[in-house]
Write a protein that binds this ligand. Structure first.
Ligand code: 5GP
Length: 220
């Protein structure tokens, strides 16, 4: 069975620990590629162009949209965020699982747009993106993680929790809910979900057709 890359979309509440989980997934397992998004937001201290994001001006970003260089994009708190198409296509073609860590509007666009948006999907017979939503085990824990940083004002915490309410409405649109209790378990679980996805019948049409053809030859 030829292993092909899967496009994996990860979303989740602010404070769910997505970033830590993705970092650990890359370190622990082979065969993954993390997509770096373009954004118009300003870099935070310690962030580097091309590593966390491709930091672009509004004009530059709008040019990317015009050129159809983005697989999806969304506006989030007055800034644009988008996924460069070419990297995703190259990595899928190379058989890697590509991870997009994006917010819910972008996730829904990917769900609707695939397979038309990506020619490579037709070639690879991988018509489905896998959508995973990451959450802390309880709402109390979400609150604790958000307040625990100690750096945010009560208003910022209240805003983020209010956003969590909006995001929770979309949870039912995802394929899997991933509980981030301990990072190590969460990473292993995510890896298992992705590996299982490779065995999905709809992703192995060519392999199945081949077996059917060969076994047909045994019939009298
Ligand atoms: P931050 O500014 O905190 O880095 O990111 C804000 C939000 O934008 C997060 O929810 C993050 O997942 C989302 N995001 C990052 N890159 C992209 C992207 O390429 N497309 C979309 N739709 N959302 C993104």
């Amino acid at each position: 069975m030829k292993d092909k890359g899967t496009l994996v979309v990860i979303s989740g509440f602010s404070g769910a620990g997505k970033g830590t989980v993705m970092k650990r997934l890359m370190e622990k397992y082979d065969g993954y590629a993390l997509s770096v998004s373009a954004t118009t937001r300003k870099p935070r201290p310690g962030e580097e162009d091309g590593r966390e994001y491709f930091f672009r001006t509004r004009d530059e970003f709008e040019k990317l949209i015009e050129e159809d260089a983005l697989l999806e994009y969304a506006q989030y708190v007055e800034n644009y965020y988008g996924t460069p198409r070419s990297y995703v296509e190259e990595q899928l073609q190379a058989g890697r699982n590509v991870i997009l860590e994006i917010e819910i509007q972008g996730a829904m666009k990917i769900k609707e747009k695939i397979p038309e948006a990506l020619l490579v999907f037709a070639e690879l017979q991988t018509p489905e993106a896998l959508l995973v939503f990451v959450t802390p085990p309880t709402v109390e824990e979400l609150e604790r993680r958000l307040t625990g940083r100690g750096t945010e004002t009560a208003q910022v915490i209240a805003d983020r929790l209010a956003r969590a309410g909006e995001e929770a409405e979309g949870m039912g649109q995802y394929d899997y809910i991933l509980v981030n209790d301990t990072v190590e378990e969460c990473v292993d679980h995510l890896h298992q979900i992705i590996v299982s996805e490779h065995s999905r019948v709809s992703r192995n049409a060519e392999f199945i057709a081949d077996i059917q053809k060969q076994t047909k030859a045994f019939q009298k």
